[in-house]
Design a protein. Structure first.
Length: 91
């Protein structure tokens, strides 16, 4: 729970202004918060799945190619939606 900088009343995370005194609540960080973390994780997952997809064509010790390809498609989708979330936050 956040607290107002002006009157120290508690503020719900979804609220952008203090209900008691009306002062604007500054976001804790400009990195996009949850969306920013999701974007970072999805980018790492995408890179890993892309490496695995290429590796599955070369090495037999990796999961089947189709599984890697599906994982790469899913992480691509998650990554693009996370990017959209971060873009929306900037507006
Ligand atoms: Zn206040």
């Amino acid at each position: 729970m956040d607290h107002c900088r002006e009157c120290n009343s508690s503020i719900a995370p979804s609220e952008t202004a203090c209900v008691s005194c009306g002062s604007a609540v500054r976001p804790k960080d400009d990195g996009g918060g949850v969306a920013g973390k999701l974007l970072l994780i999805s980018r790492i997952a995408f890179i890993l799945s892309a490496i695995m997809t290429v590796a599955s064509l070369v090495f037999s010790a990796t999961p089947p190619f189709w599984k890697c390809a599906v994982a790469m498609v899913v992480t691509t989708f998650v990554k693009s939606s996370a990017e959209q979330m971060v873009e929306k936050k900037k507006d």
